[in-house]
Design a protein around this ligand. Structure first.
Ligand code: RIB
Length: 304
């Protein structure tokens, strides 16, 4: 069995719930405040670990109370933190999130995540069959260095270019599997896309990306499911009808589950179905990292 290595962010999510999102300049009364472990890297590593893959996180925490709480939580989820450094004089990454009607807005303050460096990713020895995963809440030169090492070792690389930030062909060339939503795809393909667009628009945009034909491109479409383009061939995997309470971390759940299944040697088609089912469980719970499902929970959904 391969292993999952995630180079990425670790945040404390400070979550306020409200009946509706405030407009710019407006104040609304909220209902509750929660402190949930989060950060795209941590969420993906937790998802992979809870689904049974050996999962190592590479990242940074501040030497503060949030950092200690996150370390404790991630250890309890079975994530290997040997490559997570505590960093003096900088705070732990923090996301300020508002949730209303299951939809969120997020402001991320990177703190220690901004200091994850090429030296940090130089330690793990990757091997063929391993899966290297990253996202855009750590510096892009670090991701380039990580994926170069992964490729040299024969590992598979998965990039989740979220949040949407421009990136050059040097990084995209190193990616085997791209998992992104319509906003991120629109930015990379330099076209305007909306979540209500016909899937053919997403296929057209995806195939315009550099080295698109060499990659698997997965466009996550929220409740519509996921559009996977494998060797130029599109397939739509329908979303499962569930009542979402909080979609924060659902994309991360999908990425972590996909990585875990590929590390087990599953085919891409089976891994995508599995990840789609896992994400449908995640959206039915509050919080990002604490919402990641177990393998038994995903098995129940897949057999229903
Ligand atoms: O993808 C969800 C994550 O984005 C949250 O956990 C938050 O920390 C932000 O990084």
């Amino acid at each position: 069995m391969g292993r999952v290595f995630v180079a990425g962010s670790i945040n404390m999510d400070v979550v306020a719930t409200a009946d509706r999102h405030p407009k710019v300049g407006e104040t609304v009364a909220g209902q509750a405040v929660h402190y949930f472990p989060g950060g795209k890297g941590a969420n993906q590593a937790v998802a992979a670990a809870k689904l049974g893959a050996p999962s190592t996180l590479i990242g940074r925490l501040g030497a503060d109370a949030f950092g200690q709480q996150l370390r404790q939580f991630l250890t309890a989820q079975g994530v290997d933190l040997a490559l997570v450094k505590d960093t003096a004089d900088v705070h732990t990454g923090t996301a300020v999130i508002t949730i209303a009607n299951a939809d969120n807005t997020i402001v991320v303050v990177p703190g220690a995540n901004a200091l994850v460096s090429a030296d940090d990713i130089a330690v793990p020895t990757l091997a063929k069959g391993d899966i290297a995963v990253s996202q855009f809440e750590i510096p892009q030169p670090t991701i380039v260095a990580f994926f170069k090492r992964a490729r040299a070792a024969g590992a598979t690389t998965i990039l989740n270019p979220a949040p949407a930030i421009a990136c050059g062909p040097e990084l995209l060339d190193l990616v085997d599997i791209l998992v992104l939503n319509e906003t991120e795809l629109g930015l990379l393909a330099q076209t305007e896309l909306h979540d209500t667009d016909d899937p053919s628009r997403f296929v057209e945009a995806a195939l315009r990306l550099p080295t698109a034909s060499d990659k698997i491109i997965c466009v996550t479409l929220g409740k519509r499911g996921v559009l996977a383009i494998v060797r130029g061939e599109p397939t739509l995997i329908a979303g499962r009808a569930v009542k979402a309470v909080d979609t924060t971390g659902a994309g991360d759940c999908f990425v972590g589950a996909l990585a875990a299944q590929l590390a087990r040697g599953e085919t891409i088609g089976d891994a995508l179905e599995y990840a789609n089912a896992a994400a449908s469980i995640c959206v039915q719970r509050m919080g990002a990292a604490p919402s990641m499902p177990t393998a038994a929970e995903v098995a129940t959904v897949l057999s229903s």
